[in-house]
Design a protein around this ligand. Structure first.
Ligand code: NAD
Length: 251
């Protein structure tokens, strides 16, 4: 199985294709870099692709708000022109939303966070799952959060949306398990990206102290786990949630 470059093909993404939502910055951009370095061709779906440095034939961007169903359909058509049904789908686009107690949490913000973080994952899986079923292969990797397992103080919709992503992924993993498709989640704790600009410096400092490794994670550390799940070698794992969280809390 050694490829021409002497690397084991089952630990590579050579010749594969991927769609990465929210891939223009933060964790998504780190996933894109990791995939490119492993030989994968990547299409980024993001609201803002202005900063994305495309590489013809290897990295393209499609401007799309993942909550806009019509725009998603168009992005699907454009993607299929470029790469057909992707081998790998990473649903990573997400927002934090307000950080206020539930009684102050407004309904419009709740709806927006659920739409971006959860409903989009449903819609985008739906766009590609049939193609993957027909091809009898596919890797779906959804970026959840430890907030979806443990909850998030002052982040009702965020925690709920991420718990929803986990539930959706586990259910879907069972639906497609006989079609050669795996569906897994990655659940990061606090990662050093712009998403945190919405949280106070104090909150971030305190939260970092509660992580057993006593630091924030790096986008690259999430990307490495995503890459592993996408690799041919990771073939007997589906419906799983991978923590990238610097250790577990409690006893
Ligand atoms: P980020 O804000 O740095 O990047 C998010 C990207 O998603 C941006 O490029 C943005 O343009 C895009 N995006 C946002 N809304 C979109 C929409 N409606 N349509 C299309 N694109 C949209 O965030 P990040 O920290 O890299 O987060 C990536 C994912 O990781 C999110 O799902 C987030 O919830 C999750 N996560 C982050 C952390 C953390 O601490 N940073 C922890 C756990 C989970």
């Amino acid at each position: 199985e050694l490829g021409a470059d002497g690397l084991l093909d089952r630990y590579s993404l050579k010749g594969q294709t991927a769609v990465v939502t929210g891939g223009a910055k933060g964790i998504g951009a780190a996933i894109v870099r990791e995939f490119l370095s492993l030989g994968c061709r990547v299409i980024v779906w993001d609201m803002d692709v202005s900063t994305l440095e495309t590489i013809p034939g290897r990295l393209e961007g499609i401007r799309v708000d993942v909550t806009n169903q019509a725009a998603l359909e168009e992005a699907k058509v454009r993607t299929e022109e470029l790469i057909g049904t992707p081998d790998i789908l990473v649903n990573n686009a997400g927002i934090q939303g307000p950080t206020v107690p539930l009684e102050q949490y407004d309904l419009a913000s709740w709806n927006r966070v659920i739409a971006v973080n959860l409903t989009s994952v449903f819609s985008i899986c739906k766009l590609f799952v049939l193609g993957m079923r027909e091809r009898k292969s596919g890797r779906i990797i959804n970026i959840a959060s430890v907030a979806g397992i443990r909850g998030l103080t002052d982040g009702s919709a965020y925690g709920a949306s991420k718990a929803g992503v986990i539930g959706l992924s586990i259910g879907l993993s069972k639906e497609v398990v006989e079609d050669g498709i795996t569906v897994n989640c990655v659940a990061p704790a606090l990662i050093d990206t712009d998403l945190q600009l919405q949280m106070s410096a104090d909150f971030i400092k305190q939260s970092a102290q509660r992580i057993p490794m006593k630091r924030l994670g790096k986008a690259e550390e999430v990307a490495a786990t995503v890459a592993w799940i996408a690799m041919p070698a990771c073939s007997f794992t589906t419906g799983a949630v991978f923590d990238v969280a610097g250790g577990r809390l409690g006893l």
